[in-house]
Design a binder for this molecule. Structure first.
Ligand code: SF4
Ligand code: SF4
Length: 170
């Protein structure tokens, strides 16, 4: 059996490692499935073949899978046949580094300052309700935490920089 792809994706407020997403998205794309809300149950059912998805977190997983599939469709639409390559940081695959902003929705007032500020387009407005969310966590530059400083509501947090030293074995 060939090895399945593996990716970390943001589910709710936490990163979750998931197997088989590239393969699943490729099949859906080839079948002409549009990345709209109705696809949520299908995404969950397919993802469960290779991943454990706890029932209480279904809604978060469905939203995360739909977001990732949208990104995948956009990339394929631009002619890229592969999932995003997030590269490495100091020799470590980016997807293995839990460095990205956590946005506290109860504090955030959706002012959009972080959306405008981040050059990597990590934040975005949700299409349905215009809430700000962390759309592309792994595009965040490892070690950067500048957006936390521009947020007037102090709604953005990062891991402590010492976490990176630990990761490097320091
Ligand atoms: S800058 Fe802060 S308050 Fe404004 S949208 Fe971003 S997280 Fe929310
Ligand atoms: S820390 Fe820097 S790269 Fe990461 S989301 Fe904030 S502004 Fe963007």
């Amino acid at each position: 059996m060939s090895k399945l792809s593996y990716h970390q994706i943001l589910v709710g407020r936490f990163m979750s490692g998931m197997s088989g997403l590239d393969e699943m998205f490729g099949e859906l794309y080839e079948a002409g499935c549009a990345p709209d809300e109705a696809l949520g149950p299908e995404l969950l059912a397919r993802a469960r073949k290779h991943n454990y998805i706890p029932a209480p977190a279904e809604a978060d997983y469905a939203a995360a899978l739909l977001r990732e599939y949208r990104t995948y469709c956009e990339q394929r639409g631009r002619g890229c046949a592969c999932q995003t390559d997030y590269g490495t940081w100091r020799g470590i695959p980016r997807e293995q580094i839990p460095w990205f902003p956590t946005l506290y929705e109860d504090l955030c007032d959706d002012c959009g300052k972080c959306v405008d500020f981040c050059p990597e387009k990590v934040f975005a407005f949700r299409e349905d309700n215009q809430d700000v969310y962390v759309a592309s966590p792994l595009k965040c530059q490892v070690g950067c935490n500048q957006c936390a400083r521009v947020c007037p509501q102090k709604a953005i947090s990062f891991p402590p920089p010492t976490m990176l030293q630990t990761l490097l074995g320091g």
